[in-house]
Design a protein around this ligand. Structure first.
Ligand code: SF4
Length: 255
């Protein structure tokens, strides 16, 4: 599936900038920070650190992906962002976020998966109307994050509202906050915190009961390939189709 990405549930990955601030236990072993620190000095992580921005060539990539998707006669997914949080609140990000939403609107053959750990900022940072091909997601690594972030996410009238429970750090009960898609995964890499099969099985059962497409990404660990991604003897690769979710999107300001 992935063409320019190692992530199982997307075709491509796009970053409007690099850099972030840790906000959550899920951030403790942030892969993006580790990766960035190998190449960029001084660090791009922290509220006083600069962010890294890119020129026009970088911003042309989604236009090319859109053309390729059109030529192939298929929709493709773009994960945004793997090296930043699109809804981080900083004045120097405002114009880049605006440019991102312009590109999203221009590339209608792509479904953009915007994943954030700051759903409290989504509503005031979205353009209006919100493009139909912008899917909005939040990370929920444990019950506390689920109970706080899901109501915030579900208040946003996006075509698809999804959750990434990765790294899954504890058991989660959906508590009536039902997303359109759930992705679950264990933590990978050095210092990976262990995932319990009972947590994954429970989420899989809850999704089956509430008819939520369920995607199990991996068990994780230091060597993620060793543990694989099977649950109950099979893989779980469900991905929603936006047109099957009949949600009315506003054409007037969201606030
Ligand atoms: S929000 Fe994402 S990119 Fe930012 S520190 Fe946390 S894990 Fe890293």
């Amino acid at each position: 599936m992935a063409q320019n990405s190692n992530i199982e549930w997307t075709h491509d990955t796009f970053n409007p900038w690099w850099g972030c601030v840790k906000v959550s236990p899920a951030c403790d072993h942030c892969y993006a920070e580790r990766f960035s620190n190998r190449w960029v000095k001084p660090t791009l992580w922290g509220s006083n650190a600069p962010r890294r921005f890119f020129g026009d060539k970088h911003w042309q990539q989604p236009v090319r992906w859109n053309k390729a998707a059109l030529k192939a006669g298929e929709r493709r997914r773009v994960f945004c962002a793997s090296m930043a949080d699109v809804f981080e609140d900083r004045s120097d990000l405002v114009s880049y976020r605006a440019r991102l939403f312009e590109i999203i609107a221009e590339t209608s053959q792509l479904d953009w998966l915007l994943l954030t750990k700051r759903p409290e900022n989504i509503t005031r940072m979205l353009p209006c109307p919100l493009p139909r091909n912008a899917w909005l997601g939040t990370t929920a690594e444990n019950q506390v994050a689920w109970d706080i972030r899901l109501p915030l996410l579900l208040a946003v009238p996006a075509a698809v509202r999804f959750v990434s429970a990765e790294p899954l750090l504890g058991p989660i009960t959906m508590n009536g906050n039902i997303p359109d898609w759930l992705i679950v995964g264990g933590e990978c890499g050095p210092g990976a915190r262990p995932i319990e099969s009972a947590w994954v099985e429970s989420l899989c059962e809850q999704c089956s009961r509430d008819k939520v497409p369920f995607f199990f990404k991996q068990w994780g660990g230091v060597h993620k390939k060793k543990k694989g991604r099977e649950l109950g003897g099979r893989t779980w690769d469900a991905i929603p189709v936006a047109t099957s979710i009949n949600r009315c999107l506003p054409s007037s300001p969201l606030e």
